[in-house]
Design a protein around this ligand. Structure first.
Ligand code: GDG
Length: 739
């Protein structure tokens, strides 16, 4: 039976070790709840770090931990203290976390941390591979494991891999500062489905992939190493009923059942007829904007002194990563700000800020959510922010108002909240006043919309939607009909070659025999290629043809004295052996002087592009230009050129980062047919990478071995992944002949 494997940095278990006594409790966090449906259904396993360092466990204890967590359907990845320092606190929390939240000044780039990040991702991969078979589904979570999808895919290509990022993906301009940006993107691209909280993060990611890796992207699909993978946004929800039911139960509590905290909260509310409370809850993290929030509250009290002695601000800051210097500084800053503001405004009966630096039990969280009229949640950047959603879910009477930062992913779906810019104190102060004075009907209207959405798109629904989308990516691979050349197909190919009386080998040049370069002139044949082509040409009963869109001058320079058969400009000219060039087609070229100036205006407006003028065609190359701008301009140029061509003698075609305008009745298919008509070939092999080669694939007889370079839509029967594979395949012909 196929399994589902969830992988996250930490296991969803609280494991404590006291004098060799082990206690294990399941975590109650949002992710654990969301994954319940995935984790409980059928065969499943959760892989992650147990929270216990390798050094603290002897063999006996380690076995004990492993067997205890196995009972919870979990498996542990073992991490040392040094892994934690370098991989977790180092690369994950000092490089990726600040950079992805746009805190570039806190970001460190340390080679040692990167090495450890790679090693630990490898450790995770080893554990995953131990437990995985073909056909399994694997869901990897978050920024600590960006390299994992690729590491798994390499070893187990027949698994479905999903990846979800819980934090923002930054804009290309920020992401590109990372020294290891290519490796990180390639790591993520091992997945079949990549999920983000919002469309903004998704488009930032796609833009980085397009610009840094220069891959082809079609809407939200990326073609990469012969696979098509999909990118989408899945805004994470909460366990709505858990919060809503807890609030209903809370509201029914008798005075004796109330917690001490609740009693203190009630006392404040009863201290004045219009006493109100503003709540803020977050981990003490610089991304959450706590100092800004405190300063904005101070500004509010200065600007609207009528709220003094009435409004109390409750700040719950949960300790987090407290051994990291930035977090220690933040703690100091927060302590000082609270002290200063309380000192400035406090009266004998009133302290404006109640500050808690600790984690609270769930029941107290509900006390806070249900007692505060306003939630003030103002992160500077936040992937989603679940606290905002939890607050709304507990407002069972539909009153209360959420003031939320635009910089939280949650703001995208919570339009009915009062949205603010966390850096604009004026706006925060005015919005707080508006929230505190908002008529109840308006509060009810806003919250009922918000609640409906939170109930519908709960964390369970989120997990199910992601899994559904991941299953759907399996269909993507079936769209391409050509088959990868396997050892069996290779054997059949070489057998036919060996047994043939007369062979024809048709080779496209750019993107097939050599890789693309920024300038067409730079893609010269290298000595190894000459050697390979010479040997092929010298095979008995073999006609070797290079068939290309290049002009005859370039090919004369590169191959003029080589004696190969050359067909250039898509089939306009033929050169057979050492004979002179011969025109296969008689073509007009008077249209060129009219259309060239049109293309020139596109060159002027699109930096990095240029015109290649061939004898009978014009090509506009945009490989080196900004990919997004170039794609827009290419669409525009195609429309403009098509509208200018009134007869059917010319066609506008889009190739691999090139738009070419050429005579309609010239193509590689026609040229190849001429060759076929001349001799009786019983072995035909053709290979090429773009649309111009498709004419050839279509024209050749069914039994021909037609091969596409790259996994793209094609009429070819087979495909190989790269120019390196092309050369290897061709070398195989030589071995067959015993050379
Ligand atoms: C990351 C991303 C994204 C908080 N204090 C207490 C407590 N909590 C619970 C809340 C909430 C969770 O912790 C915090 O979740 P957030 O989403 O607000 O923030 P991060 O921890 O930074 O999470 C974030 C999230 O991943 C999910 O993808 O939304 O953007 O940064 O559930 O209720 N729980 C208890 N006591 C506390 O004192 N029991």
């Amino acid at each position: 039976m196929n399994k589902t494997i969830i992988v996250s940095n930490r296991l969803p278990l609280q494991i404590t070790l006291n004098n060799n006594n082990l206690t294990i409790n399941p975590s109650v966090g949002g992710l654990a709840t969301g994954m319940k449906s995935v984790h409980e259904g059928g065969e499943s396993l959760w892989i992650g770090w147990s929270g216990l360092k390798e050094e603290d466990l002897d063999d006996e204890l380690s076995e004990k931990v492993d067997s205890a967590i196995a009972k919870e359907n979990c498996a542990a990845v073992s991490l040392t203290g040094s892994d934690l320092d370098n991989f977790y606190y180092g690369f994950s929390n000092n490089t990726l976390w600040p950079l992805f939240h746009y805190f570039m000044e806190y970001t460190t780039f340390e080679g040692k941390h990167w090495e450890s990040y790679k090693e630990v991702n490898r450790k995770f991969a080893d554990t995953v591979l131990q437990h995985t078979n073909d056909g399994d589904t694997i869901w990897v979570h978050d920024y600590q494991l960006l390299l994992l999808p690729e590491l798994i895919k390499k070893e187990r290509p027949n698994t479905s891999i999903g990846f979800f990022l819980h934090i923002p993906f930054p804009s290309y301009e920020v992401f590109r500062t990372l020294p290891w940006r290519e490796a990180l993107l390639n790591g993520m691209l091992g997945a079949d489905l990549l999920g983000f909280h919002t469309y903004d993060y998704e488009r930032h990611f796609l833009s980085s992939v397009r610009r840094i890796l220069r891959l082809d992207i079609n809407f939200n699909e990326i073609s990469h190493q012969g696979r098509t993978l999909r990118v989408d946004s899945f805004p994470m929800g909460i366990d709505y009923h858990k919060f809503c039911n807890a609030a209903i139960a809370h509201n029914k509590q008798s005075p004796e059942q109330k917690s001490d905290l609740q009693k203190r909260l009630d006392a404040h509310l009863q201290s004045a007829p219009d006493a109100k409370m503003i709540l803020s809850i977050d981990r003490l993290d610089y991304t959450k904007g706590i100092p800004n929030r405190l300063r904005a509250f101070e500004y509010f009290l200065d600007k609207y002194p009528e709220f003094k002695e009435k409004v109390r601000f409750i700040l719950l800051a949960v300790p987090s990563r407290s051994n990291v210097p930035q977090y220690q500084l933040l703690k100091k800053e927060t302590d000082e700000l609270v002290g200063r503001i309380n000192g400035k405004f406090a009266t004998v009966n009133w302290t404006p800020i109640w500050y808690f630096y600790r984690s609270m039990p769930f029941e107290n969280l509900i006390d806070l959510y249900t007692s505060c009229e306003v939630a003030l949640i103002t992160p500077i950047r936040d992937g989603m922010n679940l606290v905002a959603k939890e607050y709304v879910a507990t407002r069972v009477n539909n009153d209360g108002i959420l003031v939320l930062s635009e910089m939280a992913g949650a703001a995208k779906e919570m339009n009915e909240a009062l949205l603010i810019n966390p850096n604009n104190f004026e706006q925060i102060a005015d919005t707080l006043k508006r929230a505190l004075e908002m008529p109840e009907e308006e509060q009810v209207e806003r919250n009922s919309f918000l609640q409906q959405r939170l109930e519908r798109y709960s964390v369970e629904k989120w997990a199910k939607e992601f899994m559904k989308a991941l299953q759907a990516t399996k269909q993507l691979h079936n769209v391409i009909v050509s088959k990868k050349i396997t050892p069996e197909i290779e054997k059949r190919l070489y057998d036919s070659y060996k047994n043939a009386r007369k062979r024809l080998i048709l080779l496209d040049y750019d993107g097939t025999l050599v890789n693309f370069t920024n300038k067409p002139k730079d893609a010269k044949p290298d000595p190894a290629l000459y050697r390979l082509l010479d040997s092929l040409k010298n095979q008995e009963n073999t006609d070797l043809v290079i068939i290309s869109g290049r002009d005859k001058e370039t090919f004369t320079e590169w191959f003029g004295d080589k004696g190969y058969t050359l067909i250039v400009e898509h089939g306009v000219w033929l050169k057979s052996g050492n004979k002179a060039w011969y025109a296969l087609e008689k073509l007009k070229k008077d249209w060129m002087k009219n259309l060239k100036p049109v293309i020139e205006t596109f060159v002027d407006r699109t930096p990095g592009t240029f015109i290649e003028e061939k004898n009978f065609s014009l090509a506009w190359h945009f490989r080196k230009a900004d990919p997004e701008l170039a794609q827009n301009r290419a669409t525009e140029l195609k429309t403009v050129l098509t509208s200018l061509i009134s007869n059917h003698e010319l066609s506008v075609l889009e190739g691999n980062k090139v738009i070419e305008i050429k005579s309609s009745n010239v193509n590689k298919g026609r040229a190849a047919s001429r060759l076929l008509a001349e001799k009786d070939y019983d072995f035909i092999f053709a290979i090429g990478d773009d649309w111009t080669d498709e004419y050839m694939f279509k024209e050749l007889p069914e039994e021909a071995y037609t091969v596409k370079v790259g996994l793209k839509k094609t009429s070819a029967r087979y495909y190989v992944e790269s120019t390196e594979n092309v050369r290897e395949l061709l070398k195989g012909f030589l071995n067959e002949a015993g050379d």
